[in-house]
Design a binder for this molecule. Structure first.
Ligand SMILES: *Cc1c(COP(=O)(O)O)cnc(C)c1O
Length: 453
């Protein structure tokens, strides 16, 4: 029970909680944080937690990077806010767009800014609807995504998200179609090889396009690795199998790189790691290393030319957010890109990823871990009741929540996702931090599996 007037009690009295298991909060109280130190966060009681989720995947440079806070402070002192409407924008906005195109996989392109990843996906859908309409393809409005995909929470991006929890909102909206999740371990049929699984998913895409009509489909959105779906690395050859089908039918492929972008998979972009070239990229989260809320749509050359031509025709694109291209956000993003790419953070991910995998491989020997999976600095362990049959634990046991809660007690933050535990630390962590993650996680796994076995 919370003490009256405690931070925990005040939090519960006045806040509406999102993505939070309320029984856990009532039982355990809210963790109220005051500040961070490197990859650690500190609560109001002075307890330190190693945040193995780097906030929500985004605080990739840790919680107290002096260069990032200075970039924000300097820009606040110089020009603390402006928009990007009516032919005006800040110098920082100009520089960031130039930079984003330079570091993108595209040789040319254009950038549009939002405040979040959800809005960036919404914006991309509006761009596609606008473009197809302007080109006379007014029926091209349906959006293809996959089950388990996470694209955000606004009405459109939640419709793109392939999660059953959106049913309580009466979502998805009509015209949002979800294809099979490319997770071979979980969704591969018995006796089906990985290659056959990919061929089946490619055939499903062909069938859906044939059923709906290619001339009704506006675009296909995919995360290179599904993040909030539980770190689902696509089956081998998945993107190579689907991209030609999309191309053949004139369906743009949008890479939602909100998590994968800027180093998380070990390369600048997830599409690089998985060997495909999208028509546009959605960026957010690490774009500012989490130091400012910001999202971006980066159009590749083809979409960029076509959308620009369509805008010129009607003279004005009626879309934008008050804080689109915010000068402080742009200054922070410029610094964040520099920090990740030039201060050794991206190299650290590449260098330590094999060690990360080794540690998980060892933990996955436990009879109640069915699979470990991931790439770069995004990994998951999936709990199972029976390793051979992959049978999950009954949901009422809340196994992953109990593991995560035990970790929290031990001073380690990791995230339960379905029956998985997700690890996605800051890019700045050292070998010692990694050992701390594995030691505490192992203690938690042993304790909880002993209770439920
Ligand atoms: C987090 C996330 C989003 C949504 O971003 P918000 O800033 O929370 O709106 C979209 N796509 C992916 C892949 C994400 O991980």
């Amino acid at each position: 029970m919370n003490k009256p007037q405690s931070w925990e009690a005040r939090a519960e009295e006045y806040s509406l909680y999102g993505f939070t298991d309320m029984p856990s909060v009532h039982e355990r109280g809210t963790v109220v944080l005051t500040h961070g130190e490197g990859p650690y966060v500190v609560d109001v009681h002075g307890k330190r937690y190693l945040d193995a989720n780097s906030g929500l995947w985004n605080m990739v440079a840790g919680f107290d990077h002096p260069g990032l806070t200075k970039a924000a402070q300097d820009q606040y002192a110089r020009f603390p806010g402006y928009h990007a409407f009516f032919g005006r924008m800040s110098d920082q906005t100009v520089m960031l767009s130039e930079k984003l195109v330079q570091v993108s996989p595209f040789d040319r392109g254009r950038v549009f800014y939002t405040n979040s990843g959800s809005e960036a996906n919404d914006t991309m859908v509006k761009i596609l609807w606008f473009l197809h309409g302007a080109e006379g393809n007014t029926k091209r409005r349906k959006i293809l995504t996959r089950w388990n995909a996470y694209h955000g929470v606004t009405a459109v991006s939640a419709s793109m998200t392939g999660k059953p929890y959106n049913e309580v909102f009466g979502l998805p909206l009509d015209g949002f179609i979800h294809l099979t999740c490319p997770h071979y371990w979980r969704f591969g049929a018995e006796d089906e090889t990985e290659e056959q699984f990919v061929a089946r998913l490619a055939q499903e895409l062909e069938d859906v396009i044939a059923r709906e009509g290619a001339d009704t489909i506006a675009g296909f959105f995919a995360e290179p690795v599904m993040g909030a779906g539980g770190v689902i690395v696509p089956a081998k050859g998945y993107f190579q199998a689907i991209q030609p089908i999309l191309k053949k039918h004139g369906i743009p492929l949008i890479s939602d790189e909100v998590i994968c972008g800027f180093g998380r998979t070990g390369n600048t972009w997830g599409c690089e790691t998985f060997g495909f070239t999208p028509d546009a990229i959605i960026s957010s989260k690490n774009l500012t290393a989490g130091y400012f809320p910001m999202g971006a749509v980066i159009l590749g050359p083809d979409l960029s030319d076509r959308v620009q031509a369509a805008i010129e025709k009607i003279e004005e694109f009626s879309h934008g957010f008050t804080a689109s291209g915010h000068p402080v956000g742009c200054a922070v993003a410029l610094k964040a890109i520099d920090v990740v790419m030039n201060e050794g953070l991206a190299e650290n991910v590449k260098r330590l990823a094999p060690r990360f995998e080794e540690g998980l491989k060892r933990l996955a020997q436990h009879p109640n871990i069915g699979e470990y999976r991931g790439v770069g600095f995004m990994w998951a362990l999936e709990a199972v009741k029976d390793k051979a049959t992959k049978e999950p634990f009954p949901p009422h046991l809340s196994v992953s929540e109990r593991i995560a809660n035990t970790c929290t007690d031990l001073g380690l933050i990791c995230r339960p996702l379905g029956q998985s535990i997700v690890l996605c630390p800051a890019f700045t962590i050292t070998e010692d931090h990694m050992d701390e993650i594995f030691d505490k996680l192992e203690q938690a796994l042993n304790k909880v599996f002993a209770e439920v076995a």
